[in-house]
Design a protein. Structure first.
Length: 280
C-alpha cells in the first residue's frame, strides 16, 4: 500500500513539473525592446511636396528601435538627385530619436531629426534670381539639416510642428524656419485605408520660398505588403521661365548647348506617386 502511494506521488510530481514550467513560460514578461525594419519602392520621392529625385523612382528603407517606456530611435535612407539641391550627393540618411506615448485616443510625440547627405558639397556660391528679391548664396559646403519636433494625435488625426535649429538644408541665414503638418490616416477595413495631408513651410529670410503642400492617397494591405497611390500638389513657386526658387535642374551639361543644363523641372508640380512598401 505504501509503495502504491509513493508511486502515485512521484507520478503526480512528474506530471506537475512540465505544467509548472509551462506556467512560468507563459508568465514570462514580454521584452520591452522592439526592433522593426522597413523597405519601400516609390515612383518619386516627395519631401514636403517637393521632388528629391527629379521625378525619378526612389528605393527607401530603414529600421526603428522602440522601448516600452516610449523612447525610440531610428534611421531611414533614400536615394536623391544632385539636381534636386544635393550637389555631389545621391543619398539621404535620416537619424532621429524621441519619446511618444498614447493615452486612449490621444497621443504625444516629441523628438529631433538630423538629415545627412554624404558627399554633398555646394562649393561656390549660387546667386539668386531677381525674382527672389535677395542676393547671396543658396547653399555652401555640405548639405544637412537639424530639426526638433512636437506632435499630437487623436484617433486618425495628427498635427506635428517641426522647428529648424540649423541652416535649412545648407541655405545660409535660414535657422528658425518651420513646417506644420496636419494629417489624416483612416482605416476603411479589409486592408483598405485613406490618408491625407496639408503642410505649410515658412522659410526664414527667403522670399519666394514659402509654400503649402497637399496630399490625398489610398492604400491596400496585401499580406503585409502595402500598395499605395497618392496625389501630391503644392503652390511652391517653381516656374523655370521666371527663374523661381523651386525650379530645379538636373545639373548635367547638354553637349549640344554647353551654356545650359539639359533639363529643368518645377519641383513642386502636381504628381501621382505609386508605391509598394513593407514593415518587418
Amino acid at each position: 500500500m505504501r509503495k502504491t502511494i509513493v508511486a502515485v506521488s512521484v507520478a503526480t510530481a512528474a506530471l506537475a513539473v512540465p505544467s509548472l514550467a509551462a506556467a512560468q513560460t507563459a508568465a514570462a514578461p514580454a521584452s520591452p525592446h522592439t526592433i522593426t525594419g522597413n523597405v519601400g519602392l516609390y515612383s518619386d520621392y516627395r519631401f514636403r511636396g517637393i521632388t528629391q529625385t527629379f521625378a525619378k523612382p526612389a528605393l527607401q528603407g530603414g529600421f526603428d528601435y522602440a522601448h516600452s517606456s516610449g523612447f525610440y530611435a531610428g534611421n531611414w535612407n533614400s536615394n536623391v538627385n544632385s539636381g534636386a539641391g544635393f550637389p555631389g550627393g545621391n543619398l539621404e540618411m535620416d537619424f532621429y530619436g524621441g519619446w511618444k506615448q498614447t493615452w486612449g485616443d490621444f497621443g504625444l510625440d516629441v523628438g529631433a531629426i538630423y538629415y545627412f547627405y554624404p558627399g554633398t558639397n555646394a562649393g561656390a556660391t549660387i546667386p539668386f534670381s531677381p525674382a527672389n528679391n535677395r542676393t547671396g548664396t543658396v547653399q555652401t559646403g555640405k548639405i544637412d539639416n537639424t530639426e526638433v519636433y512636437v506632435g499630437g494625435s487623436w484617433k486618425f488625426l495628427s498635427l506635428k510642428y517641426f522647428h529648424v535649429v540649423s541652416d535649412y538644408f545648407g541655405t545660409p541665414e535660414t535657422k528658425n524656419s518651420h513646417y506644420l503638418d496636419f494629417g489624416v490616416n483612416y482605416d476603411l477595413g479589409n486592408g483598405w485605408g485613406i490618408n491625407g495631408h496639408i503642410g505649410s513651410l515658412k522659410f526664414k529670410n527667403m522670399n519666394n520660398a514659402n509654400y503649402t503642400d497637399w496630399k490625398i492617397g489610398v492604400t491596400k494591405d496585401l499580406n503585409g505588403w502595402i500598395l499605395g497611390a497618392a496625389f501630391i500638389t503644392t503652390n511652391a513657386k517653381g516656374d523655370c521661365n521666371q527663374g523661381q526658387f523651386y525650379c530645379f535642374s538636373n545639373g548635367s551639361i547638354n553637349l549640344a548647348n554647353p551654356s545650359g543644363v539639359d533639363k529643368t523641372r518645377d519641383a513642386g508640380k502636381s504628381t501621382v506617386v505609386l508605391s509598394v512598401s513593407k514593415t518587418f
